[in-house]
Ligand binder design. Sequence first.
Ligand code: ZN
Length: 470
Amino acid sequence: MTIRLHDTRAQELREFVPLDPSNVTIYVCGPTVQSGPHIGHVRAALSFDLLRRWLQLRYGRVTFVRNVTDIDDKVLTNASDGEPWWALAYRMEQEFAAAYAAVGILPPTYEPRATASIPQMQELIARLIERGHAYPAADGSGDVYFDVRSWPAYGELTRQSVDAMEAAEDADPRGKRNPQDFALWKGAKPGEPADATWGSPWGAGRPGWHIECSAMARRYLGAEFDIHGGGLDLRFPHHENELAQSTAAGDAFARYWVHNGLVTVEGQKMSKSLGNFTLAADVLAAHDPLVVRYALAAAHYRSSLDLSESSWSEAEAALGRIRTFLQRALRTTGDEAGWSTDDLPDAFAAAMDDDLGVPQALAVLHETVRAGNAALDRGDADEARRALGAVRAMAVVLGLDPFADEWRAAAPDTKTTTALDALVQAMITQRAQARADKDWPAADRIRDAIAAAGITLEDTPDGTHWSIDG
Ligand SMILES: [Zn+2]
């Protein structure tokens, strides 16, 4: 097995060689919990859910850390008298967790909140000062800055020279040696809530955003780990600064940098000002969560994903084809819906190994559905059984198995299904009677009424079966 991943730092595909093949380690930047998730957040988390599931299958164990940034300028800004920053952060954290769970994103192995690792952040800052790569501001503000001029490698992730960079906007420029120096520690300012402040050797204050991730990655995964992930928009300054801090402090840090593409809506970047800021809650209220998962997973994780109304209908149709085949094959072969990784087609595995090629993997899945349907049409039970196992295995690996427990809540309830089945069976019986009586207009009327309801009939030697069109 050779897995290749696109590494942002190398700007090319690299063979993935984990530090410890018995435990692959991944750190993904989690949300800043200032407001609810939009669909781009869900797509980012889903990209790494798919990577994690595949590496889990390939290596057997993955330790997956995704943090929660619960202290940040933006969290403080959005807090109010009625809702302190920590209450807002917790409410939003729950909204993110609900959106992730709705589309079947597995919970991380650990999900640390930034506020629970303040001592680890201070330890890292102290180490940077000791090594001459950070300094407390000379103006007595209590700020501590990373000294970008002291670290010649600064800019290596995004291949920028310091001179060409814009000034870091994460802190007031006063007290900085260079405009590009960024804040590791932010001294408390008048008017800020007292409970958003922690004591430190440099004065009371709170951590800068970038140091949070460096410290949490080290705490939970060690000084060196396999994959650091996040959205393309985090490459600079966030990931550039994480890399600089950690390596300047003496840590090897991430071996691979993996970034997912962004989501656009009808060709436009999502933004509040454009009014196309698609909240995850709105999308999930309007569409079956499994359809949302399929639509967000179907594009390659590195490409930008343009959403439109047809994204949902195409995903729904594709899932319908999978569901209908599985139902038909299960009924015909009488097999239990078992599967094993041995059932995965080589072409599917090859696509997943090649930089997580989900679009190609889905093409293999749908090709197998077509072949399986053809086998059922010609009564080839062995071939149909093979296709059933393969389709089931591929769907499970991608988290898209329509019969998995996680989608049951969204599926029609048993009472509705039972009632519908009774009605359709009654019509099937009436149609059979009309045909036996050679009353062709009546038989056609019944058939048309069933078709108009979006129901497909299949006449087989053991009777007529129905399914809802995909
Ligand atoms: Zn981060």
